[in-house]
Write a protein that binds this ligand. Structure first.
Ligand SMILES: NC(=O)c1ccc[n+]([C@@H]2O[C@H](COP(=O)([O-])OP(=O)(O)OC[C@H]3O[C@@H](n4cnc5c(N)ncnc54)[C@H](O)[C@@H]3O)[C@@H](O)[C@H]2O)c1
Ligand SMILES: O=C(O)[C@H](O)[C@H](O)COP(=O)(O)O
Length: 372
């Protein structure tokens, strides 16, 4: 069996070598000829799996994307051609939720405010939005939710309309898929008019897809003096982003919100499990077989620890400002894709055991730490 896998997908050899020969490709430049005689194609979000790409795919049986988003995949085409498809739903939901939490605490430190007491609007309440909602439940915040498809399906009674949410929220964070047409289109969900109407001081976080916010409209609104704290992980037209926007963004990163070691490895693991199912093979490899021991595994809190120290603790594991620095320092020389490829190791809160938490056990375990 011939397996073609994106060069930025970790652990492919470890998981898939038993199935056959693994060859790597550059996700941006993959050509249709490279798919001749290939049985399995494993992609990340940067490869458009389209009719043109599959025009020479004479043996393809399985396409997997080690991502949550599937806007780069023509799933109807795969269906028509009888090619089994799998994404990795939820694989990096924890990572994205922790990116948001890290951003909130970094902003609160720098703005000398508190996350506690704020009203946080989550737009898109699927795997990531729900994970974030659970983590936020540990904090003293009000959470507003907007997810029309779920509401219409009777799965989200608390849903409120997006404009009502935007009017009420101090912080709004987007976790929707990119949908370009239809009733629940998310392309430019935040258009210029909505951006201009936001209250001064609103924090806007986008870790979904760049096109969910009209980037040119956002630039114009900011140039016109809007007072927004922007946290952008995703951009229109990646890798060629609108760099003029950077001057107005508090924390900018190169589409890495989901890139914890765990999040990326889970994506590969999920595709491995799907291929095992397809081939009727026992899936005997697990994440624990491959993930390295983290640099920090134990933290002891003292009696004096309080909620006010939470930012300090969270940022021990992940501080979004590291990633902001990477982008600002190196984008012009290295380029967006290279920074993604060479993204430094990041682990999830669950890799840290906390002792001495005492009164803060529920808070810390709610955020995802292991408490003893
Ligand atoms: N930045 C990153 O690194 C990163 C990582 C993972 C996922 N993502 C993006 O985040 C998106 C969400 O991920 P997820 O796992 O939560 O997906 P999901 O499919 O589990 O949830 C998405 C939710 O959005 C809702 N939705 C759809 N249209 C909507 C609309 N118009 N308004 C409000 N809600 C709407 C859906 O009903 C669904 O509940 C992915 O599709 C992907 O594009 C980005
Ligand atoms: O949809 C997703 O899962 C994420 O956006 C994913 O992390 C994108 O990263 P990539 O696949 O390009 O590495």
């Amino acid at each position: 069996m011939k397996i073609l896998a994106d060069q930025n997908m970790p652990l492919v050899e470890q998981y898939f070598a038993d199935f056959g020969e693994v060859t790597r490709f550059d996700g941006r430049t993959l050509q249709s000829e490279q798919l001749i005689d290939v049985d399995v194609l494993l992609t990340r979000s940067v490869t458009q799996v389209s009719e043109a790409l599959l025009s020479h795919a004479n043996k393809l049986q399985f396409v997997g994307t080690a991502t949550i988003g599937i806007d780069h995949i023509d799933t109807d085409l795969l269906n028509q051609r009888g090619i089994t498809f799998s994404s990795a739903p939820g694989c990096n939901a924890v990572a994205v939720a922790e990116y948001v939490i890290s951003s909130l605490f970094a902003l609160s430190q720098e703005n000398a405010t508190s996350v506690q007491g704020k009203t946080i609007g989550i737009v898109g309440v699927g795997s990531i939005g729900s994970c974030l909602r659970e983590k936020l439940a540990a904090l003293d915040v009000t959470v507003l939710l907007c997810d029309p498809p779920k509401h219409e399906a009777g799965q989200l009674a608390e849903h409120i309309d997006i404009d009502e949410l935007l009017a009420k929220a101090d912080i709004v964070t987007f976790h929707v898929p990119l949908v370009t047409t239809g009733k629940h289109k998310t392309l430019h969900l935040m258009d210029k008019a909505r951006l201009a109407a936001l209250k001064p001081g609103t924090i806007v976080i986008n870790a979904s897809r760049g096109d969910v916010i009209d980037n040119q409209g956002l630039l114009e609104v900011m140039q016109n003096g809007a007072q927004l704290d922007l946290v952008l992980d995703v951009w229109e037209n990646e890798p060629n982003i609108l760099t003029e926007l950077l001057d107005y963004v508090r924390f900018a990163s190169v589409h890495i919100a989901g890139h914890t070691l765990e999040g990326k490895a889970r994506g590969t693991q999920m595709l491995y499990q799907k291929l095992c199912e397809l081939k009727d093979v026992q899936a005997d490899k697990t994440l624990a077989d491959f993930l390295p021991v983290p640099a920090i595994t134990h933290v002891t809190l003292q009696e004096t620890f309080s909620v006010a120290d939470l930012g300090q603790l969270l940022h021990l594991v992940y501080d979004v400002r590291r990633d902001d620095g990477i982008l600002r320092r190196n984008l012009a020389t290295d380029g967006f894709d290279s920074l993604r490829k060479n993204y430094p190791i990041r682990r999830e809160f669950s890799t840290v055991n906390i002792t001495g938490a005492k009164h803060n056990k529920a808070l810390l375990s709610g955020l995802g730490f292991v408490t003893e």
